[in-house]
Design a protein around this ligand. Structure first.
Ligand code: 5CA
Length: 193
């Protein structure tokens, strides 16, 4: 599998190794461009897919990577507050210039420029998650607890306060199983943003 990785996926695999992780990048035959595609391919819930969303500080031009659960929608005002300035959504060119990867393949690590990295707290409820690995066909499975040390990112609550009333409390209480129940309702968000 890993022998035939494309150049971008290979770069992510090498970065993971350099950082001391034994995670294995897999390339899929069909693109897994969206969280829903990826979930279907690996057979996990959409919530277990780590989406990489890039934003741009309007004043500084600084890039922000928000790694969020595929089931969630990011509250941009939270991202803006974390960065300390207004933000805008990144266009395809900015994504490539900052990360070195194209949209749909932006990995959590190995970016061209240093990005402010924010990690969705919701990802930590899972035993395992999947993240893009350099191309829309590349993924790797990881323990979400490795995300913060791996990226130097901050774990924050980045999601829009949703329809799931009272869920925030129960979520931090270690109920990993129940955490996935809400996923089906929020699948539509995966293609959005
Ligand atoms: N390979 C999948 C699953 S890991 C993946 O990378 N999903 S993703 O969500 O991390 O990347 C797709 C994201 O790219 C979308 O959620 C969206 O935020 C962003 N995106 C898609 N099209 C554009 C666009 N035209 N401009 C800027 N960002 C875009």
């Amino acid at each position: 599998m890993s022998r035939s990785l494309s150049a971008s996926a290979r770069r992510v695999q090498d970065t993971l190794r350099e950082l001391g992780y034994h995670y294995e990048v897999t390339e899929t035959e069909h693109p897994t461009r969206t969280a829903a595609d990826a979930a279907r391919f690996v057979g996990c819930t959409v919530g277990q897919i780590a989406k990489s969303l890039i934003f741009k500080g309007v004043e500084s031009g600084r890039g922000v990577l928000v790694i969020t659960s595929g089931a969630n929608r990011v509250d941009e005002s939270i991202v803006s507050a974390e960065l300390g300035e207004p933000i805008a959504k990144a266009d395809a060119e900015f994504v490539r210039e900052q990360t070195g990867y194209a949209i749909g393949g932006v990995p959590p690590v190995g970016h061209r420029r240093p990005l402010l990295v924010l990690i969705d707290r919701d990802l930590l409820q899972y035993d395992a998650i999947w993240a893009a690995a350099g191309t829309p066909n590349a993924l790797f499975r990881l323990d979400p607890r490795d995300l913060a040390p791996m990226t130097g990112g901050r774990v924050v609550t980045v999601t829009v306060e949703t329809r799931r009333h009272g869920d925030t409390e129960t979520r931090s209480g270690g109920d990993r199983e129940t955490g996935r129940h809400g996923d089906t309702e929020t699948v539509d968000d995966s293609d959005r943003t």
